[in-house]
Design a protein around this ligand. Structure first.
Ligand code: C5P
Length: 404
């Protein structure tokens, strides 16, 4: 594959040279474009020798032999762009669509997968301005990979270190979506939601998010673009997964709706809060104010609503039941107009909520329920994709037959 590395001016720029070698070793073609300050950290000659290609510096808007402008030609050549290391400044420029040098102009002319690997001091990374710029990019489908916790060049340790190059190589290769689900988008929700009562109290449930994270990881492993809408959980983002963090059912609803129309497969694993308090207090309530009880309102059923907003997607729900597993699952298949309901018995202490293992029954409209026996959530995710993968491919094929 053809990879453009955008190298920015940070101490970790020397690692871009290692990444060029790793990519070339894995059989990819690599070109490099440097920001002006990158040249203070790594020489163009180093990257030129390692990539065996010319290095792009500040060749701003130069016409080429074909009459194309250079940035347009390079953008058309690249199959993926990886900005490594990404500085706070370049993350900001990318987030705001600025095109004030060759690299940012090329990124704007590019219509494919963009991977951004930040590296900087922890205080810089944690600045709200940098965080919100990174979040803006994430929301637009840019894969922000890292930074990770570790020793920092400026001394001490913290979050800010460039992600391991093997992880980055993996994400770059996955961006082309080789694998059975290449070219498809899988949207997964995971975790609980928090429905605020006041600034310190909330309503929630025991969902850990582990099952949803395992499914999102498996979707990425199989080559899909994997988008994970995660409720408040402390789990690391799986490799190759685009993660959107939300807190409440309303936020999850909005995040899912915004992405649903472009998804081929939607798996609602999240234990979405069914009720929120009618009006959230802006100050901590006194005990006496709560003793009369809470006034609750039902939250919208996200999965049910997807039948209208994402009719083309294969829609899958989860059902956490404590009794009458089969009856509950069959009712939800109908009520939520889902293709599959994956049911698990959360009254068992050895599986389900919070555990590392699960055992599920897969209900669909036209087949007998299928048991996936007790196994790790990663193994359950693999078995589920053995069922859902072929189903989404068949669903897509059926849709295009109808369209043609
Ligand atoms: O009706 P119940 O909550 O048991 O259904 C569970 C399924 O519905 C899960 O897939 C869950 O993610 C989804 N759900 C939803 N919106 C809600 C509640 C549940 O999408 N408000």
């Amino acid at each position: 594959m053809r990879v453009l590395l955008g190298v920015c001016g940070g101490i970790a720029a020397y690692k871009a040279a290692e990444l060029v070698r790793a990519l070339r070793g894995a059989g990819h073609e690599v070109r490099c474009a440097l920001t002006r300050s990158a040249e203070s950290f790594v020489t163009p000659l180093t990257l030129e020798v390692l990539s065996t290609e010319r290095v792009y510096r500040q060749e701003y808007l130069q016409p080429t032999e074909t009459g194309e402008e250079l940035h347009v030609e390079l953008a058309a050549w690249a199959e993926a762009i990886c900005v490594v290391p990404a500085t706070a400044h370049t993350i900001g420029r990318l987030a705001h669509g600025l095109a004030d040098d060759f690299l940012t102009t090329t990124v704007l002319a590019f219509d494919g997968p963009i991977i951004v690997a930040p590296a900087m001091h922890s205080i810089m990374w944690m600045q709200p301005a940098v965080q919100s710029n990174a979040e803006l990019l994430r929301k637009r489908g840019v894969a922000i990979v890292g930074p990770v916790i570790g020793e920092l060049a400026s001394g001490g340790s913290g979050v800010g270190r460039l992600v391991d190059l093997t992880v980055l190589l993996d994400v770059i290769e996955r961006s082309q979506g080789s694998g059975e689900l290449a070219g498809l988008t899988v949207l997964v929700t995971a975790g609980p939601t928090h429905e605020a009562i006041d600034p310190v109290r909330f309503l929630s449930n025991r969902s850990s998010g582990k099952m949803g994270f395992a499914l999102a990881a498996e979707a990425a492993r199989r080559g899909a673009r994997s988008v994970l809408v995660a409720g408040p959980v402390e789990l690391p983002t799986p490799a190759g997964v685009e993660r959107i963090d939300v807190v409440s059912a309303a936020e999850m609803h909005e995040a899912v709706e915004r992405r649903a129309a472009r998804a081929d497969l939607i798996i609602m694993v999240a234990a979405v809060g069914d009720f929120r308090v009618s009006s959230t207090a802006h100050r901590k309530l006194e005990k006496s104010e709560l003793s009369g009880g809470l006034s609750l309102q039902q939250t919208p059923d996200i999965l049910k609503g997807l039948a209208e907003s994402a009719p083309g997607a294969l829609r899958v729900g989860f059902a956490a039941e404590t009794e009458n597993l089969e009856a509950g699952a069959c009712r939800k298949l109908e009520q939520k107009d889902a293709a599959f309901i994956i049911a698990n018995d959360v009254s068992r202490s050895d599986i389900g909520f919070g555990q590392n293992e699960n055992e599920v029954l897969v209900f669909s409209r036209d087949a007998e329920p299928q048991l996936i026996p007790k196994a790790s959530k990663d193994a359950i995710a693999r078995s589920l994709f053995d069922i859902l993968g072929p189903a989404v491919l068949a669903h897509g094929a059926a849709l295009s037959r109808v369209a043609s």
